[in-house]
Design a protein around this ligand. Structure first.
Ligand code: THU
Length: 132
């Protein structure tokens, strides 16, 4: 169960870290934050590269940081962009690996938040359960 207070905290964390985004090529800065079962929050930003194709999205940065720290389950995710953009397909698939139908909070630079869920963003997904 994710509380309204945790959702507010998550969006604030995603928007706060967004200024660390390294996006000199697209100038599209993204901040992400994920909520873990112990209540802690791990953030990520998009990290672009001169070779373009090696750029990493903010959501995947956050997930890889969390897994590096020993976490295997994600309870909610917030993404903060200029215009309320939604996670790309690759990030949706990476989130599915560690999450169920979790809240996905999309915030724009004005602080307007749209809430959806991971399964509505990636219906009929392929996940670890299919390999059991
Ligand atoms: N980006 C993210 O960080 N997350 C997404 O889900 C969508 C796209 C980044 C990648 C690239 O650095 C920039 O936004 C423009 O595509």
């Amino acid at each position: 169960m994710v509380t309204e207070g945790q959702k507010v905290e998550l969006v604030a964390a995603a928007c706060a870290v967004r200024s660390n985004s390294y996006a000199p090529y697209s100038n599209y800065r993204v901040g992400a934050a994920i909520l873990l079962p112990d209540g802690s929050v791990i953030t990520g930003v998009n990290v672009e590269n001169a070779s373009y194709g090696l750029s990493n999205c903010a959501e995947r940065t956050a997930v890889f940081k969390a897994v590096t720290d020993g976490y295997k389950e994600i309870l909610a995710v917030a993404v903060c962009t200029d215009n309320g953009g939604s996670p790309c397909g690759a990030c949706r698939q990476v989130l599915i690996e560690f999450a169920g139908d979790i809240p996905v909070l999309l915030s724009n630079a004005k602080g307007e938040v749209q809430e959806t869920t991971l399964y509505s963003l990636l219906p009929a997904h392929f996940g670890p359960e299919h390999l059991d």
